[in-house]
Write a protein that binds this ligand. Structure first.
Ligand code: 2P0
Length: 333
């Protein structure tokens, strides 16, 4: 009988961005990123273990929201799983997201964090946090961070991310996600990242300035200093986008509604409310604030875009194993 289990993981939202890859390995970051794992949004993956024995699937299969995924996207990851486990195992995976897929809400981070955790657990194995992070990284760079709860650092050139502080470090922190458009983005973040590196005249400056922003952000978040963190965040996302705007051809994920949210955050700050926005490879805007100001932030953003959806989340935990299917990980050999 096949063994099956389910694993849930939440996305890693970069406060200071990973944008660009270093040479020498798969998804090694060119820039240090600082991130928070967010609560409530999750990828839930059901992982079924096959093997090289007869009558069991010999190939890996992945379905997201019921759609079969191209083998090439997952092949390096499954090869890394087999290498880490030193076993010729194969997996069937069915994943669903509790949030829009491929719309710049970091579904690849939660997706590969859930997969790395689920594939190793279903094989009855437990890796260290660093090993799990390195494995998830092969699937997607940002997933290296999502195997941890709380706050993380993924240093330039490193093969795994590390936790800076756990999910209890900053309980008042809230993230208001303004979903300005659902649906997939016109270009994948991976391709946009490659194009920025290969064609933007600003890419080298982006990389050389990133370390200082990461250090400022890390100190600020250790001190729970939202305004200092916010200023480093703002520089990070705007510099990242400057490499996209100046790529050839340019990559423009922003929509008019995204800009309206950015303007609304400026207004909130002018009114004395700490609300600091960031954006990723998509049109959604994520606004960091505190529990005390969340209602005012939501009111202001709702007035700006009455038809837009707002999600309020906090700091989340790392991946968790859910109920099992036909058998549990502990029953495996
Ligand atoms: C981040 N992003 O730090 C940055 C900021 C989007 C903008 O990591 O090629 O899907 O799989 O390593 O992780 C999104 O890119 O890229 C991302 P790959 P990934 O979260």
């Amino acid at each position: 009988m096949n063994q099956t289990l389910r694993c849930a993981a939440s996305p890693s939202l970069a406060l200071v961005k990973y944008w660009g890859k270093a040479d020498g390995g798969i998804n090694l970051p060119a820039t240090t990123s600082i991130a928070v794992t967010i609560s409530h949004l999750e990828t839930v993956s059901q992982v079924t273990l096959g093997s090289d024995r007869a009558n069991e699937p010999a190939a890996d299969e992945v379905f997201i929201e019921g759609e079969p995924q191209p083998e090439s996207r997952f092949a390096p990851f499954f090869a890394a799983v087999r290498e880490a486990l030193r076993e010729d195992l194969h997996f069937r995976v069915e994943s669903v997201n509790t949030f829009p897929t491929g719309a710049g809400l970091a579904s690849s981070s939660s997706g590969f964090a859930a997969l790395a955790t689920g594939c190793t657990a279903v094989a009855g194995r437990r890796l260290s946090g660093a090993e799990l992070s390195a494995l998830a990284r092969v699937g997607s760079g940002s997933a290296a961070r999502a195997v941890f709860g709380g706050f993380t650092r993924f240093a330039a050139g490193a093969s795994f991310a590390e936790q800076i502080a756990d999910e209890n470090h900053w309980p008042e922190l809230r993230i208001v996600i303004a979903v300005v458009q659902r649906g997939s983005k016109p270009i994948s973040s991976r391709d946009a990242m490659i194009r920025s590196r290969d064609t933007s005249p600003y890419y080298a400056d982006w990389v050389s300035g990133a370390q200082s922003l990461a250090e400022q952000a890390e100190t600020a978040l250790v001190n729970r200093d939202l305004d200092t963190l916010g200023r480093a965040m703002r520089q990070s996302y705007l510099r990242m986008f400057s490499t996209m705007f100046t790529a050839e051809p340019p990559v423009i994920f922003w929509l008019p509604e995204s800009v309206a949210v950015i303007r609304a955050c400026e207004q909130l700050r002018a009114d004395g409310i700490s609300a600091w926005e960031t954006m990723d490879a998509g049109p959604q805007v994520k606004v960091l604030t505190t529990a005390k100001h969340t209602a005012q932030v939501c009111d202001r953003l709702h007035r700006e875009n009455p038809s837009g959806e707002l999600l309020v989340v906090g700091v989340g935990s790392g991946p968790r194993l859910l109920g099992t299917g036909a058998a549990t990980a502990s029953t495996s050999a």
